[in-house]
Write a protein that binds this ligand. Structure first.
Ligand SMILES: N[C@@H](CCC(=O)N[C@@H](CS)C(=O)NCC(=O)O)C(=O)O
Length: 217
């Protein structure tokens, strides 16, 4: 199976796919597209996004479908529950993360992590608004997911791979640290997640990229 992933190591969505590849112990080529420094010219995605997975002469788009493709077409440990209800729970968790949680984490991280890296100042009012929204959405999410060892029951799944890169960014903000102080079950999930080899294997340093170096950060 010859797999090539196009994306940025710092892209949360690219990292989700890399986590799945690592968890399944699949060999793959990683073609880095540093879209912040260089633009998205190299992406084959119809909407100029990353990640894009190439396999057997075909290109696959959108993180959720790419991960489901790997689940169906590749070997390695199963990352979905055996029963239809469990699989629906995983897909619902992923949809909620995409629609109700990641947009606010992304905005918060843009302000608190990326703005200073580029030599700018965070918008603190916007950050406060995102923190308040995340206080509600993370509680709603934690009310349904993360009751067992992993987000959906006791089997590590695609839902855990999906949330981990988002949480890693969130925990780089003081607002995220404060939110996790008050959400013990999610914090415990994150502590378990942080120990997985796949997370270490996909670690990255923002300072290594030209967009950070240019600002002298
Ligand atoms: N719906 C897409 C979202 C992917 C996405 O938002 N990727 C970001 C990086 S994490 C991106 O390409 N950003 C560049 C841009 O929007 O110009 C998916 O599920 O793969």
């Amino acid at each position: 199976m010859s797999l090539t992933l196009h994306g940025a190591a710092y892209s949360a969505y690219t990292r989700i796919v890399r986590l799945v590849l690592e968890e399944k112990a699949l060999a793959y080529e990683f073609e880095e597209i540093d879209f912040i420094s260089e633009g998205m010219g190299q992406s084959a995605h119809p909407f100029a996004k990353v990640p894009v997975l190439a396999h057997n002469g075909q290109r696959f788009f959108e993180t959720g479908p790419i991960c489901l493709y790997l689940e169906e077409a590749a070997g390695g440990p199963a990352l979905l529950p055996d029963d239809a209800a469990g699989r629906a729970q995983v897909r619902a968790a992923i949809a909620m993360l995409d629609h109700y949680i990641w947009p606010d984490i992304r905005e918060l991280v843009t302000q608190q992590v990326f703005a200073p890296l580029a030599g700018g100042w965070p918008d603190d009012m916007l950050s406060e608004r995102m923190e308040a929204r995340l206080a509600k959405s993370l509680s709603a999410f934690a009310g349904h997911y993360g009751g067992g060892d992993w987000l959906v029951g006791d089997r590590f799944s695609l839902a855990d791979c999906h949330f981990a890169p988002m949480m890693d960014y969130l925990m780089q903000t003081r607002q995220g640290l404060a939110l996790m102080e008050e959400r013990r079950a999610l914090a415990a999930w994150w502590a378990r997640m942080k120990k997985r080899d796949s997370l270490a294997a996909t670690a990255f340093s923002l300072e290594a990229y030209p967009f950070a170096a240019k600002s002298g950060a």
